[in-house]
Design a binder for this molecule. Structure first.
Ligand code: SAH
Length: 219
């Protein structure tokens, strides 16, 4: 990935990667993606000096970029091979979108807040990433046009599993979605085989609310 400012923060990025290894992230492809994508280009300038802390940060419009460990856990759990078509709900900063772009064939990502989507688009383009399609809208209804997806990642907390996302999973496909209350949730991994769905709990997480037809009514 070509980026004129990639050399900046290289030391800080390596230290973050060491910290994530210490917290159980061992998948080499995931660690490589974390090394390639400059997280500081996906956060507002006011918090850029904190870009390589393993912490969530404000990105404006009341939303946050997730903690790197959370992104790494999603990606390590999915263990993508590079050939997948992936749907992401909640583009936010676009950082996870950029990580996914390193690990699969094409990423479709939906964000409901347009200014965030446009900032994310700029950051993704500045990184020279081309295998991403972005849509402004309610991601709780998925993105039916390009379904089915081998993996679907939801980056906001939902009261329930949105049915359209289950419907848009390919055979053998996996959905990762935080389900629970407005303040804390359990990250679920749901695997489709035929019309059967198997679900398991990955970890406890805290996400901003998923707002939409199949999510919460208000932010
Ligand atoms: N992975 C992103 C997470 C951002 S926070 C990052 O680390 O930057 C979650 C995002 O989900 C917010 O930007 C919020 O606006 C968005 N969101 C919430 N409900 C949504 C919905 N129904 N459709 C699409 N995006 C939604």
């Amino acid at each position: 990935m070509a980026s004129p400012v990639t050399p900046q923060f290289t030391g800080a990025r390596r230290r973050l990667i060491d910290e994530l290894r210490g917290k159980g992230i061992s998948d080499m492809a995931v660690l490589r993606a974390l090394d390639l994508v400059p997280r500081h280009q996906f956060v507002p300038t006011g918090v850029r000096h904190r870009a390589y802390e393993d912490a969530p940060l404000p990105i404006g419009n009341g939303q946050t970029i997730s903690q790197p460990w959370v992104h790494a856990t999603y990606l390590q759990t999915l263990h993508l091979s590079g050939s997948e078509q992936v749907l992401e709900i909640g583009t936010g900063s676009g950082y996870q979108t950029a990580l996914l772009a390193q690990l699969c064939r094409h990423v479709y990502s939906v964000e409901r807040i347009r200014p965030l989507l446009e900032t994310a688009r700029d950051a993704i383009t500045a990184c020279g990433i081309a295998n991403v399609s972005l849509l402004c809208g309610d991601g709780t209804v998925g993105w039916p046009e390009y379904a089915p997806y081998d993996a679907i990642l939801v980056s906001a907390g939902s009261p329930d599993v949105p049915q359209p996302l289950l419907d848009q999973l390919a055979a053998g496909g996996r959905l990762m979605v935080p389900v629970g209350g407005r303040d804390d949730q359990r990250l679920m991994e749901i695997t489709r085989s035929g019309d059967e769905f198997q679900s398991r709990e990955v970890s406890d997480v805290r996400f901003v609310p998923l707002v939409g037809k199949h999510g919460w009514d208000t932010a």
